[in-house]
Design a protein around this ligand. Sequence first.
Ligand SMILES: [Zn+2]
Length: 269
Amino acid sequence: MTNLQIQSINLSQIQSIECPDEQKNQICSIFQQIDSEESDNKPDVLTSEFSITKFLSYCKQLLKENYDNFMQEINNFSNELQDDEIQLVVNGSYDKDQISYKGITHFRYNDCPKDKLISIGNCRVHKDLADAFKEMQTAAKKDGIDLNIVSGFRSIADQRDRVFIKKFKDPKNPTPEEFKERLKWSAPSEYSEHHTGLAIDINSTETSFENTKAFDWLKNNAHKFGFEQSFIKDNKQGLGNEPWHWRFVGKNNEYADIFKEARNFNSNE
Ligand SMILES: [Zn+2]
């Protein structure tokens, strides 16, 4: 788990810092220690729960004197990746209503109650969404457009096991930029609209879906059935453009409250 941090401070960066060689070498050896597979000789600060704050005070202690430049570098790094984000990476879950990372924001959602879920094709969705979708599907059909749900409800546990672990931990050791890119296209567990059973992917999960007649039809008509596109191009949440992903707020906004943080965040007011 600590390899993630190593990725962002490279040894040559440390070597370029102005401080006596002895201290520099000491710090370099700490980093190498974190990076090594053998865990037996790691200082305590690096084994149990890794925390940037603990690590920084450990460095300070080790250096004994005040090497401003060095601390500045380390602080720059720790600003990039806060303990909170490390928690997110390490545990795949995170105890906040909203997470923000380098301009990307996700909101937290609860799992849809089991007794509200029904199957439609190969997917499960909230039963009220299912009714509205069938109605919308019939209306689209009359206009010669086929609409199908390709992804519906995903539980928090599903998201953790199938999406988060796969996309966020493999390949291992993402740099902050790579991590940001992953967050842009995938929500960590607890932060996907799909948990609610009130969000669906329609027909495809390719960006080219926005060039289809089906997407045009949805843009013009989906709102009549209580659906809205969650992540439009250049959305304020910083997420990827997902023309296929629609949430169900209800014809009379019955479910709008569930998405209120995201809706307020993206509104222009
Ligand atoms: Zn989706």
